[in-house]
Design a protein around this ligand. Structure first.
Ligand code: ATP
Ligand code: MG
Length: 386
């Protein structure tokens, strides 16, 4: 039964471990997939750890990508699936409380598991489904706690990002932080300053999407770790964000905590993300200015409108779905801009844009029918009234 479950969950990946073994190497499933498998949860990525060196991995598996070769990681492609394979390693040369630039390959699994962050992330499974759990990760999984592998002060001192990762896993799994682990975060919080904002944002994003995010955010604020992170230091009011996308959560956090969008810049978000957050605010302003729903929907993306409308109780999805638009773009209007120019009889200029937008508004608000004749009449009247 147990072994059947193992086969069902890891399927083809088991043969990968066996291929390593046939070639004289050790290889194990490790990290998140082992944790999620033991919890009975779905997992998407399967990470493998082995004593084969990256060059040896690449010889055995022809199709591979050098994902992080300097850290000993290659991605192998088997039956169209990618698997991250990392050579057993330790990370002794931490500088400035960050993940090390250089790693040292080692020859035993135990040492590789020792360098991992939390007990629940430091377990491995061999090709027969036998569990290697030197840090009592399984026990912590069943009691629902996040505990560092070995001394938390040392582990957070080495790589300060682990403090934020503790909250992100507590959110993902709805787990508590083990007492000494939490105490060590409170003590070392300031070290997070040394970590790049990109790594921080990556973890914060995952924290916000977890089922236990509200409790984790509470713990995070209580630990004061957020006091040393731009934007997060401004957060006082929190809520459950699990049903929101990342940019939606950031927008809500900005609004409920009165944080200026300028501060969002320090998070080094992508242009696309910044644009989306600003778009939410434009929609919000439109609702506040009591612009008719038809016009708001015409200008903005449907789901974005629903999000803003529902969050701030301007309207609900049902009503918004029922608001049918007479046109979806200027292409649907029964006239061309060329024709508008010849009717109005002026040199092309910025005026065209405002005439087009007036036409669109009239049609959307059903004050003008979308047919050539009515539109021509409307334009002639407009010209004569000038
Ligand atoms: P998820 O399924 O959410 O991605 P994960 O466990 O796979 O969870 P990753 O961030 O992808 O999390 O990391 C993979 C594994 O690498 C972890 O399970 C852990 O063993 C190890 N790890 C990652 N980051 C660190 C770190 N900063 N310090 C120590 N070990 C780490
Ligand atoms: Mg992962």
């Amino acid at each position: 039964m147990v072994i059947d479950n193992f086969r069902n969950k890891f399927k083809d990946a088991i043969d990968i471990l066996k291929t390593f073994n046939k070639n004289g190497y050790e290889a194990y499933f490790v990290g998140g997939c082992v944790r999620d498998y033991l919890l009975g949860e779905e997992f998407s990525d399967i990470d493998i750890t082995t004593n084969a060196l990256p060059e040896e991995v690449k010889k055995i598996f022809r199709k591979s990508i050098d994902t992080g070769i300097q850290h000993g990681t290659v991605t192998i492609l088997v039956n169209g699936e990618g698997y991250e394979v990392t050579t057993f390693r330790t990370e002794d040369e931490y500088t400035n409380h960050r993940a090390p630039e250089k790693v040292e390959f080692v020859n035993n699994l135990r040492e590789d598991l020792d360098r991992r962050d939390f007990t629940i992330n430091a377990m491995a499974l061999d090709s027969n489904g036998v569990l290697f759990d030197y840090h009592n990760g399984e026990k912590d999984l069943s009691s629902g706690v996040i505990r560092t592998v070995n001394n938390p002060n040392e582990r957070f001192y080495e790589d300060a990002l682990r403090m934020l990762r503790a909250f992100r896993f507590s959110s993902k799994l709805d787990f508590e932080l083990e007492k000494d682990t939490l105490e060590a975060i409170k003590k070392n919080a300031e070290l997070i300053k040394f970590v790049s904002i990109e790594r921080i944002v990556n973890e914060f994003k995952k924290l916000l999407s977890g089922k236990g995010n509200l409790r984790s955010l509470e713990l995070l604020l209580d630990s004061k770790l957020n006091n040393y992170i731009p934007f997060l230091e401004e957060i006082k009011i929190i809520q459950d964000f699990s049903k929101y996308l990342f940019c939606q959560s950031l927008y809500i956090l900005s609004k409920i905590n009165n944080i200026s969008f300028d501060i969002l810049k320090t998070l080094k978000l992508s242009n696309k993300e910044v644009k989306l957050i600003k778009e939410f605010d434009k929609i919000n302003v439109d609702f506040m200015s009591e612009i008719p729903l038809e016009l708001i929907l015409y200008k903005h993306n449907f789901e974005d409108v629903v999000f803003v409308a529902e969050y701030f109780s301007y309207n609900n999805r049902h009503n918004i779905e029922n608001c049918k638009l007479t046109i979806n773009s200027f292409d649907d209007v029964d006239i061309t801009s060329q024709e508008i120019i010849s009717i109005i009889g002026e040199k092309p200029g910025p005026w065209i844009k405002s005439v087009v937008s007036e036409l669109e508004h009239e049609i959307l608000l059903n004050r003008l029918n979308n047919n050539r004749k009515d539109i021509l009449d409307f334009l002639l009247k407009m010209r004569d009234n000038k």
